[in-house]
Design a protein. Structure first.
Length: 324
């Protein structure tokens, strides 16, 4: 789950505010008298100390105070110095908890308590040197996922179809792309256009992702149809190592193109994906090497993600379902 990251600028410091804006924090905690100065530097949110609770945990009763505040829908942070057990107790009872963090290590700890972590982090000025790392790890990173190695069993021409080209606002690396497939339970890692060839320059922000009807894996353990993506959508970017992060869609291009139907199998499970028949469209080998669908052959091994089928409006459900 993506964390809200707030930066504390008490006292006000223009350089720290600028760093926070460049890093992509969600907002700032500042004195009311400094709010206009912050808003003059960028479009953001400012919360004053009077608008939230900052609770030191000194005894068991303080846990109850925090829970009551959260249940009353008041922004609530535990002051720096918090310990794991009280945080776990509060997380078990309610949602929305914030933790004040004075270092990268404390921010990482706050984000992982009970494998769920606090929903909000308040970064103090002591940690500004690590701010970009904190934002990158806790906002962009989506953890890791298990990928499987599947064997290509069939490659067929599939006529013309509408394919979706997803242009993100991020520069992606070799071995990174989106998980796409006919079934939410079997998706193929489609590499971004990170590789040059004699005819077309690399487009490392782009994933030529597949046919309009295909599922794509999204942040938060959700899926969407490729046709539903639009400018401003957040998509899940997956590396061949299993590391995941988010990227924002800048543009979506849907055009009629010749398609291939690619079938693969792993552990007795079969999956399919429709991809454009062009040299620049690549799937990924277990070694992280992109391989073009034009040169792909039966018997080749590629990276996929497998799951239990069953989604309703992109969210996981328990249902007896078969997708092919």
């Amino acid at each position: 789950m993506t964390k809200e990251i707030w930066l504390k600028v008490v006292p006000f410091d223009k350089n720290i505010v600028t760093l926070g804006l460049e890093s992509g924090v969600d907002g700032f905690v500042a004195e009311a008298a400094d709010a206009d100065s912050i808003l003059a530097l960028g479009r953001t949110k400012v919360m004053t100390p009077e608008e939230f609770e900052l609770i030191p945990i000194c005894c068991k009763d303080d846990e109850g105070t925090a829970i009551e505040s959260l249940n009353a829908c008041r922004p609530t942070f535990l002051a720096k110095g918090w310990e794991i057990i009280p945080v776990e107790n509060i997380l078990a009872c309610t949602e929305g908890l914030g933790l004040e963090c004075e270092s990268l290590d404390r921010a990482r700890l706050a984000a992982g308590v009970l494998e769920r972590g606090a929903d909000k982090l308040l970064i103090t000025p002591e940690a500004v040197c690590d701010l970009k790392t904190i934002v990158n790890e806790l906002k962009l990173s989506q953890g890791t996922m298990d990928l499987a190695t599947a064997t290509i069993t069939k490659i067929e021409h599939a006529g013309l179809g509408h394919r979706v080209c997803v242009d993100t606002t991020s520069i992606l690396k070799t071995g990174e792309g989106m998980l796409v497939g006919n079934s939410s339970a079997f998706t193929f890692l489609v590499n971004a256009e990170t590789e040059s060839n004699p005819y077309v320059a690399a487009r490392p922000f782009r994933i030529n992702a597949g046919a309009v009807h295909a599922y794509c894996q999204m942040p938060g353990d959700k899926t969407r149809y490729l046709e539903e993506l639009a400018s401003g959508s957040e998509v899940l970017i997956v590396s061949h190592t299993g590391a995941t992060k988010t990227a924002v869609v800048g543009r979506v291009k849907t055009e009629i193109r010749p398609m291939l139907l690619i079938t693969a199998e792993v552990a007795g499970k079969e999956g399919k994906v429709f991809l454009q028949n062009a040299e620049t469209i690549r799937v990924v080998t277990p070694e992280g090497k992109p391989v073009s669908v034009v040169t792909l052959a039966v018997g080749d091994r590629v990276l996929v993600a497998t799951d239990v089928a069953g989604r309703h409006f992109g969210m996981r459900i328990a249902e007896d379902i078969k997708e092919g």
